[in-house]
Design a protein around this ligand. Sequence first.
Ligand SMILES: Cc1cc2nc3c(=O)[nH]c(=O)nc-3n(C[C@H](O)[C@H](O)[C@H](O)COP(=O)(O)O)c2cc1C
Length: 159
Amino acid sequence: MLDEKAKKIMLRKIPHGLYICGVNNGEELNGFTASWLMQASFQPPLIVNCVRKDSTSQQMIKTSGVFAISFLEDGQKDIAQKFFKPIGRVGNKFGDVEFYLTKTGCPIISNSLGYVECNVVDLVEKGDHTIYVGEVIAAVVHREGKQLLLETTGWNYGG
Ligand SMILES: Cc1cc2nc3c(=O)[nH]c(=O)nc-3n(C[C@H](O)[C@H](O)[C@H](O)COP(=O)(O)O)c2cc1C
């Protein structure tokens, strides 16, 4: 039998950064706070991005086949806080956040450290998050800086 308590303690020790995943469906924009993300291949350059199945963003990524990851800087917890609420509840999350669009139409946080833009090349649907495999098709550095880490926020997402 799985020791649920031990599972939670150990899985929460996996280190994570905090990002804003920008998405679109051809008509509307959206973004959500993401943490379950990592590099998965050098050549081609792949990342995996695990996206809640029940989120609006997940449906939008499925429709468009693209997403972009804005890297937040240490101290930008306030931005992460704006984007972890569902669009279905709070409406447009970009209201007072400056952004611009990539070639594929994904919103990028202007004041972030930079971003990578991805084409979805595969997906795995086994659990409550859909695992999107994204090939990095563009990358931009806005400035150097220390990235925002989940552990510095006092929040948890995992376990
Ligand atoms: C600290 C933190 C980390 C999160 N990491 C993820 C993540 O990696 N993947 C994900 O799908 N949702 C993650 N979320 C939850 C989404 O941000 C949340 O479901 C969001 O409301 C989805 O927005 P949408 O419904 O507008 O698409 C995280 C939330 C928090 C607070």
